[in-house]
Write a protein that binds this ligand. Structure first.
Ligand SMILES: NC(=O)c1ccc[n+]([C@@H]2O[C@H](COP(=O)([O-])OP(=O)(O)OC[C@H]3O[C@@H](n4cnc5c(N)ncnc54)[C@H](OP(=O)(O)O)[C@@H]3O)[C@@H](O)[C@H]2O)c1
Length: 222
């Protein structure tokens, strides 16, 4: 079992943290307002969880999940993440994040921006394409007939393997979507974004098989 650090513990971060604790991992939680504001969540998650600063969460994690508004990516601590696999759950929403020219033009992917910021880490895009309520409800053990799959994209083979293993422990299969340059295929608006897991109105979601996720990635256009 690993220690998973969290930078951002809102809807998606806290959901991944809950699944991680259920799978037996230790979690270190952080946000922008300080660890006092995460004591309640840590208490709910139990003895495997603690609240900390972003620097401490980055330092403690064998694997670190970034789940913050994209506009804040510059504040993700660099030094404690050197040499680590970093899961990027973020999406680019111009109404929230403002306009970023390289993303608007398609010259860059949002995970590519984080990778550029974290030059000595290995960024893997995952969790960005699933609604947090569906992520909570669709987790299934390995071998279950109705297991769901998530696309992952990253440049480093070992980091992609580590993320695949982590996903497996928390109840999901992974579909390798290639390097970060291909991660536009799982960005907002593409077929694999949200749709395969059912409508947001139904919090139970709908299981999405490996072939369904592969087909949705292949159907992406830009
Ligand atoms: N909601 C979903 O279903 C979903 C699904 C997939 C991907 N996403 C993406 O995941 C990211 C997070 O979404 P969310 O829905 O979880 O947002 P959220 O509920 O608003 O949570 C955002 C979290 O990020 C923290 N944060 C903000 N700035 C930070 C900083 N500079 N350093 C450390 N922590 C910081 C916030 O802490 P404070 O509250 O203390 O500021 C909060 O814990 C977004 O990019 C979103 O597009 C969301």
């Amino acid at each position: 079992m690993a220690t998973v650090g969290f930078i951002g513990c809102g809807m998606i971060g806290s959901t991944v943290a809950e699944l991680a604790v259920a799978a037996g991992h230790a979690v270190v939680l952080s946000n922008s307002r300080g660890s006092d504001t995460l004591k309640e969540l840590a208490g709910e998650l139990g003895p495997m969880a603690r609240a900390a600063t972003a620097e401490e969460a980055a330092d403690a994690g064998d694997l670190v999940v970034v789940a913050i508004p994209l506009l804040a990516y510059h504040s993700v601590p660099v030094r404690p993440l050197v040499g680590k696999a970093v899961i990027d759950a973020d999406n680019y929403y111009p109404p929230r994040d403002g306009h970023i020219a390289d993303l608007d033009s398609g010259q860059q992917t949002s995970s590519g921006l984080l990778q550029y910021h974290l030059r000595e880490s290995s960024v893997v895009k995952a969790f960005n394409n699933i609604y947090y309520r569906h992520l909570a409800s669709l987790a299934r053990r390995a071998g279950a007939g109705d297991r769901s799959y998530l696309p992952i994209a990253g440049d480093d083979t070992q980091a992609r393997a580590a993320v695949t293993t982590f996903l497996d422990t928390i109840g999901y299969g992974a579909v390798d979507a290639g390097p970060l340059a291909e991660s536009w295929r799982q960005q907002p608006g593409e077929p694999v974004y949200g749709t395969p897991y059912g409508p947001y109105e139904d919090p139970r979601g709908r299981p999405a098989s490996e072939p369904a996720i592969r087909a949705a990635l292949a159907a992406a256009t830009r």
